[in-house]
Design a binder for this molecule. Sequence first.
Ligand code: F6P
Length: 401
Amino acid sequence: MKKIGIITSGGDCAGLNAVVKGVGLTAASHGMSTYVIPNGYAGIYNLVEFDSLTELSPARLDIVNVSLAGSEAGHSRVKISRIKDPHKYDRIKEGLKKHGIDGLVISGGDDTGSVIVDLAQNGINCIHAPKTMDLDLNSYSVGGDSTINRIGTFVQDLKTTGRTHNRIIVVEVFGRYAGHTAFRGGVGGGADAVLIPEIPVNFDVLYSHMRDVYWMRILGSDVRAGTYSIVVAEGMKNSNGEELYDENSGVDSFGHKKLAGAGRYVVQELTKRMKADPRIIKYMKQSGMYVEGLYEAPEIRTVQPGHLVRAGGSSAYDVNYGMEAGMAAVELLKAGYSGYSVVDVKGTHIRFQKTEELIKQRYVDLDQIRFYENMNMCFGRPITEVTPVFEEVHGQVDRIY
Ligand code: F6P
């Protein structure tokens, strides 16, 4: 293993530049060189046509800023198995041979991982460094912590404008069909309700919670001010289990529906219930907000931060995980492994798993949610009492740091 190619693929996020740097620095420490294969799998498919590749020399690596989100290696959503060319794997091998690349470190999520499984089966050496802001892989994935922090900050920030206008704010966030970042970001920002794809939403439950909490705040405030925050995961479903995305959004080149529109649906459902609720006019009058014909009910607004949840900067945790995942991927390649994903690094132990296992979808633990429901956070379903199971732990505990 002399020359390593680095690819980053799928939706970008924070921590990827740390993976790039971890790969480059570790390879250099073993006397190996690293090259950027630009623009994800589009780049590897077209590698044979490139005259040269950029080497991550010590000077070039020095200007890779680990704390910036996005990736110095670029991304595309091209999935190799969807390319029609029947000779695609031969073309990729020819490209690798042309540039003398012996192995690949590929950072991405489940779709990227499924291509790693394909490539490894086709005799191409590759190791996976887990990345996805959706956090839906079996292991931690770079990008998740930064996104959670950003969602938390947006929720918190939107409370200032929400409270000033006495508005109910619905924040729709990325995450596809897993609610991890909506849940943890919502908790981080002190949201009142979080709607996740794992729990089909009962809008009557959500509406009653919203009405009670929102009016408790306004009627209890000395300046009659209050807001209510709802975080909605883009992949949420209604009580019939139907997805709520906008039919006209189209599909990406991995073939996935582009999800958008869940926030608007939530606004419609809550507005409908508010209009039919005779208590609202009473509360509007009681709070001194009521103006006939102009202001008869509070406003419910939706905000879609979109790509902002994965843009900007990386959290320190993602830089740490990214550097270690990049380093571990090089060590695994050097040791002759292929078709595996890095899990994490504990001391000098590099833990890894077969990529096909690691990319199996992981969803929010609905039992854990029940504790939050009992702490008055609404998830669009009735609260059930939790009976905790106590477990005394001996010896070293599994921990983040
Ligand atoms: O998978 C990561 C992700 O951010 C999803 O949460 C989101 O649905 C999607 O990517 C958006 O992708 P794109 O950047 O292609 O619009």
